[in-house]
Design a binder for this molecule. Structure first.
Ligand SMILES: *Cc1c(COP(=O)(O)O)cnc(C)c1O
Length: 302
C-alpha cells in the first residue's frame, strides 16, 4: 500500500526557565514532515486514505475555508498517491485566490466554491452527492477530518512520543480531533493538555464523546485563556513571542495554532504549573503556511 512519510523527530529545548523550574521540555516536530503541510493533518487523513484505497476509490472529497490547512494537506496527500481530490470551499470564489487555495490547485485539487449558506449542508449526503455529480467512487472526508477515523489516525502520533516517556503532552485544538487521538493512545498517568484557539470553546467534551465513539475517555486539561480573542485573532504580544521563540530555539510557529500553544505552555511553566521533574512534550502541528496571510514584515521568518 502506498504511504507517505509520517516520521518525525522530538527535540529537547532548554533555556533558563526550564532549568529554573527543573523540567524537561520537548517539541514533537510534526512541522518537519512537510514544509507547508501541517503534520497533524497527515495523521488525521491516514485511515481515510487507507479506506479509499481499500474501496478502490479514485477520488477524495473534503471541505474547508480559503485558508484551511486541512484542505491543502488533503490535496497534497491525495496527489502524492495518485488520487484525485475535490475541495469544497466555503464562500464564493474571490477575485484573488489565497496562497492556500493556490497550493491546493498546484496539488491538482479541483476546487468547488459554494456560498456560506450552502456550505452549511456540508455533512448532508444529498448535498455531497450533488457536488459529486453522479460520481460514486469517492471517499468523503468531513471538514478538518473531524470524525472518529480522523482521531484514530491522530492516535498514531503517540506511538513515536511514548519513547520520551512524557508526563504531559500539549496540543493546539481546533476541531479537537488531534487531541482526541492523543487521549485514545495515552498511558494512564499522562496528562493531555488542550489549548483551544477558538474563543469560548465549550463543546470539547461532547466532541470527544463523538470522536472516541463513546468509549469512556479521560478528560484533557484545558488551558482556556490563550485564544487571543478567537480563531486567527492575534496581537503584538503573540507575534513578539513567536519571534523571540524563533530567535532562541530556531523553531518557527504559526499565529493561528502553534504560537498560541507554545505561548500557553511557557506561561504555565513560569506560573509553576509543571512540577519539578515533569517531562512536557509540545506537539508542533505545523501550519506554518498560515503565516503567509500576515503582513510579511510582522513575522520575519516567513
Ligand atoms: C488543524 C490544526 C490544528 C488543530 O487540529 P484539530 O485536530 O482540528 O484540533 C492544530 N495545529 C495546526 C497547525 C493545524 O493546522
Amino acid at each position: 500500500m502506498l504511504q507517505i512519510n509520517k516520521s518525525f523527530q522530538i527535540n529537547q529545548i532548554k533555556n533558563s526557565l526550564t532549568d529554573l523550574m527543573g523540567i524537561s521540555l520537548f517539541v514533537a516536530r510534526l512541522d518537519e514532515i512537510h514544509s507547508i503541510i501541517s503534520g497533524n493533518k497527515i495523521f488525521k487523513l491516514h485511515h481515510f486514505i487507507d479506506e479509499a484505497i481499500e474501496n478502490n476509490h479514485d477520488t477524495i472529497i473534503t471541505f474547508g475555508g480559503a485558508y484551511s490547512n486541512h484542505l491543502v494537506a488533503t490535496a497534497y496527500y491525495a496527489n502524492s498517491i495518485g488520487m484525485k481530490s475535490i475541495g469544497v470551499v466555503r464562500g464564493e470564489k474571490p477575485d484573488t485566490l489565497s496562497h492556500t487555495l493556490i497550493d491546493c490547485m498546484n496539488y491538482e485539487m479541483e476546487l468547488i466554491f459554494v456560498s456560506r449558506e450552502e456550505y452549511k449542508n456540508k455533512d448532508k449526503k444529498e448535498f455531497i452527492n450533488q457536488l459529486l455529480n453522479g460520481h460514486s467512487n469517492a471517499t468523503i472526508i468531513p471538514e478538518g477530518g473531524y470524525h472518529p477515523l480522523g482521531a484514530k489516525g491522530a492516535s498514531l502520533i503517540m506511538d513515536t512520543i511514548h519513547e520520551i516517556e512524557p508526563s504531559h503532552i500539549a496540543v493546539a485544538v481546533g476541531t479537537a480531533t488531534t487531541m482526541a487521538g492523543l487521549l485514545l493512545n495515552k498511558k494512564n498517568d499522562q496528562e493531555i493538555i488542550a489549548v483551544p484557539v477558538i474563543k469560548n470553546m465549550t463543546d470539547i467534551y461532547s466532541r470527544l464523546e463523538y470522536l472516541s465513539q463513546n468509549n469512556p475517555f479521560i478528560k484533557p486539561v484545558i488551558f482556556n485563556d490563550y485564544h487571543f480573542g478567537g480563531y486567527a485573532k492575534y496581537d503584538e504580544s503573540l507575534l513578539n513571542f513567536m519571534l523571540e521563540f524563533y530567535r532562541e530555539h530556531k523553531i518557527k510557529t504559526d499565529f493561528v495554532y502553534t504560537g498560541k500553544m507554545f505561548f500557553a505552555v511557557m506561561e504555565k511553566i513560569k506560573a509553576g504549573y509543571f512540577k519539578k521533574g515533569s517531562r512536557v512534550v509540545c506537539i508542533h502541528t505545523g501550519g506554518l503556511q498560515g503565516n503567509f496571510s500576515l503582513n510579511p514584515s510582522s513575522v520575519f521568518f516567513n
